[in-house]
Design a protein. Structure first.
Length: 309
């Protein structure tokens, strides 16, 4: 580690202690950000951790909707997003107004399931939230005779609807650009190169990719599975930031990214400098109007009430 990087890390540690702050890092962040984090994981899991910890400040190294989720669950804490421009293209594919329009078209007799990768405004307009890990359980908890509008990720919705055997799911045409660009031919080339490897893919991937997978898992699910599996090699179909964590936690195993195109530019925007700036200058402060926060929290709470399989 060079002196400049060490100086930045030391400054972050000093400011963190001074402000009674915790640093959260999503699994897709740059290695140096994952290394300085107090907790690393998926978006909702990190927000739940932050809600349970005694701290004054939450520095969320992720994208905008993640910091919003942290504020929804911890309104009494200061929530900072180091890079204000770190957004989520999929979350931006539907607004609260657009969701209201969709509900008007379908009619009142519809359950709206929103992926956690949505804005607080969209969560506030939804009945229940879901994650990539529990989307199947959420659908199973709903009346199969009632229409379900699942937003915004069509790939996750199609996968969950099939597994939950729910016949009345309406798919919104949203997607994660990073997972959406993964091609079947890329996976097939990796299978040919590493025939001994297990294939782990994220449910945000297109259905032809999912059909090739040995396991369809969230990022946290991949980390847990790789630790427990007797297999020594894995082809990973999700954003390449996860490879760093997988290698770190499993030094005796091999992980191969399914495609070099699996990079989320927004997840790579956060730097050590921006974390220093956030702690030093109290930027960028994330707040949500209380009326929206309460409604958004209701959709999260309903999800958390569902028993896990």
């Amino acid at each position: 580690m060079n002196k400049e990087i060490k100086a930045k890390i030391d400054k972050i540690q000093f400011l963190k202690e001074k402000r009674n702050a915790i640093i959260l890092s999503h699994n897709y962040q740059l290695p140096e950000i994952q290394d300085i984090a107090d907790y690393r994981g998926d978006s909702l899991g990190l927000s739940r951790i932050a809600a349970d910890i005694q701290c004054d400040v939450i520095v969320f190294c992720g994208v905008h909707f993640m910091a919003e989720s942290a504020f929804i669950l911890s309104p009494d804490k200061t929530v900072l997003l180091p890079e204000l421009e770190a957004g989520c293209p999929m979350a931006d594919m539907i607004t609260g107004e657009e969701l209201r329009h969709e509900k008007d078209k379908i009619g009142k007799d519809v359950n709206v399931v929103c992926y956690v990768n949505t804005t607080a405004e969209v969560k506030a307009e939804s009945d229940i939230c879901c994650t990539s890990a529990n989307a199947i359980q959420v659908l199973k908890s709903l009346d199969p005779n009632k229409k379900v509008l699942m937003i915004p990720d069509m790939h996750l919705a199609k996968y969950a609807a099939e597994k939950a055997n729910h016949p009345n799911v309406i798919f919104y045409p949203g997607f994660c650009p990073t997972h959406h660009r993964l091609r079947k031919s890329e996976i097939e080339r990796k299978i040919k190169k590493y025939p001994e490897a297990e294939i782990l893919v994220h449910p945000e991937c297109p259905s032809d990719i999912i059909q090739l997978a040995d396991k369809v898992l969230s990022t946290s699910g991949m980390l847990t599975y790789a630790k427990k599996s007797d297999c020594k090699s894995f082809i990973i179909g999700t954003e390449m930031g996860l490879i760093y964590s997988l290698n770190k936690e499993n030094p005796d195993k091999n992980f191969y990214i399914a495609s070099e195109s699996l990079v989320c530019p927004n997840m790579k925007k956060t730097s050590l400098d921006s974390v220093v700036n956030a702690l030093e200058n109290n930027v960028h402060l994330i707040k949500i109007p209380e009326e929206i926060r309460i409604k958004a929290k209701r959709s999260l709470d309903r999800m958390l009430e569902i028993p896990r399989d």
